[in-house]
Design a protein around this ligand. Structure first.
Ligand code: HEM
Ligand SMILES: *[C@@H]1O[C@H](CO)[C@@H](O)[C@H](O)[C@H]1NC(C)=O
Ligand SMILES: *[C@@H]1O[C@H](CO)[C@@H](O)[C@H](O)[C@H]1NC(C)=O
Ligand SMILES: *[C@@H]1O[C@H](CO)[C@@H](O)[C@H](O)[C@H]1NC(C)=O
Ligand SMILES: *[C@@H]1O[C@H](CO)[C@@H](O)[C@H](O)[C@H]1NC(C)=O
Ligand SMILES: *[C@@H]1O[C@H](CO)[C@@H](O)[C@H](O)[C@H]1NC(C)=O
Ligand SMILES: CC(=O)N[C@H]1CO[C@H](CO)[C@@H](O)[C@@H]1O
Length: 317
């Protein structure tokens, strides 16, 4: 059977360009995943909000030029990096990534990419917060470009169908988008991202009718004096990675307008109620969607580089 031996032949010859694979560092840096986990664990016990930081960092990294750690690059003297683009203003957790990188460089230098550190840190932080503990493939390489002009992320006032266009462009479908937005079960939002909902919504003279008036009053107390103040995205269980975000939006208690829309738009409402009533289903779907998010436009094989310092490109030789 020619067909059979041909496929066997392909199977035994290692590909020139490796793909992402589980346990990619098994022989080159066997401690890689446990080193990252230890750093994340230490940080989590000090500050459980680190889960939200890594989730958002991972999303912003992967949606701009793929998961290549372009978000970690600091601006050069005469050249700005992605970090200065306004949607990035409030991404955080950079120092923890530095810590993990330092520890990895001490153990196995120039081996583990910064892009994989973000991916693993997000995975570990989700598990620590009570979310799914999933296996995630590694082998990403770090990108060589970081440009604020590449940053094109949707804002919180976008419609469900508008947001979907961004996700579709990255190969993520509607249900996966609803699943990933479940990440808003942890973390904070600055008032300026949603304060338009608290009064004179779209020129109506009144707050957004799709927000519970009790929540409007509560948020207004925090936000009216200072639009830079922060509130939890999930008022119920803010450090816990659970499905309560979906229950909250069913109760008109979504903070961001897009989040609230997920419960109201009839293309997403049934997914929302499914997740609200079945936490296990949400966790399983979330794990799968994160693996997909983490594989967007990755550099593998000999593309890109393994940075020595996550904040700067390696010097050219
Ligand atoms: C259309 C899509 C999305 C929009 C418009 C959006 C918008 C926002 C906004 C406005 C904030 C508040 C930021 C701040 O005040 O610092 C936020 C926070 C956050 N977002 Fe999203 N987001 C989207 C998708 C995602 C996805 C896909 C994830 C992860 C899988 C994610 C994870 C987070 C987390 C965890 C936070 C809290 C961050 C923290 O506490 O530092 N978001 N998002
Ligand atoms: C996740 O599972 C791995 C492998 O079983 C384990 O080493 C790790 O400690 C788990 N993480 C958490 C936070 O429980
Ligand atoms: C600087 O500019 C070049 C070319 O425009 C770009 O490729 C590079 O990623 C930029 N960013 C930084 C931080 O150097
Ligand atoms: C929000 O707070 C401001 C200042 O305290 C107050 O004038 C306004 O009426 C409040 N709006 C709502 C909807 O609670
Ligand atoms: C507003 O809130 C931000 C974030 O908590 C804080 O840094 C700032 O000092 C506050 N400004 C005022 C005027 O209270
Ligand atoms: C969705 O909503 C629109 C307008 O509110 C309605 O015309 C349509 O039939 C609904 N579709 C489904 C599948 O429920
Ligand atoms: C972390 C970081 O570099 N944040 C930058 C985001 O963008 C604003 C300007 O829009 C900068 O002031 C921040 O320093």
């Amino acid at each position: 059977n020619l067909g059979h031996s041909y496929s066997l032949f392909l199977f035994v010859i290692p590909p020139v360009l490796a793909n992402l694979q589980v346990d990619f560092y098994k022989s080159t840096c066997p401690q890689a995943e446990s080193i990252v986990q230890q750093v994340v664990k230490n940080e989590f016990s000090r500050d459980p909000s680190i889960t939200a930081a890594f989730l958002r960092m991972h999303f912003h990294d992967c949606f701009v030029r793929g998961c290549g750690a372009s978000i970690l690059i600091d601006s050069a003297k005469k050249n700005s990096s992605e970090k200065i683009a306004s949607p990035n203003q409030t991404v955080r957790g950079y120092e923890v990534i530095d810590k993990a990188k330092k520890s990895l460089e001490d153990t196995c230098s120039t081996t583990v990419s910064c892009a994989d550190i973000i991916t693993l840190a997000a995975r570990d932080a989700i598990a620590l917060a009570g979310g799914p503990n999933y296996t995630v493939p590694t082998g990403r390489r770090d990108g060589l470009v970081s440009n604020p002009d590449d940053v094109n992320l949707p804002g919180p006032g976008i419609s469900v169908s508008g947001a979907l266009q961004f996700f579709k462009a990255k190969g993520i479908d509607l249900n996966e988008m609803v699943t990933l937005l479940g990440a808003h079960t942890v973390g904070f939002a600055r008032c300026f991202f949603f304060s338009n909902r608290l009064s004179n919504f779209r020129g109506s003279g009144v707050p957004d009718p799709s927000m519970d008036p009790t929540l409007v009053a509560k948020l207004n107390k925090t936000c009216a004096p200072n639009v830079s103040a922060t509130v939890f995205l999930d008022h119920n269980t803010f450090f816990s990675f659970d499905n309560k975000f979906y229950n909250q939006i069913l109760l008109k208690r979504g903070i961001l307008q897009l989040d609230q829309e997920l419960a109201l738009d009839n293309s997403t409402a049934s997914t929302v109620s499914g997740f609200a009533s079945n936490g296990i289903r949400f966790q399983n779907n979330f794990a799968k969607a994160m693996v997909k998010l983490g594989s967007i436009e990755v550099l593998v094989g000999k593309a890109g580089e393994i940075r020595n310092n996550c904040r700067v490109f390696n010097p050219a030789n």
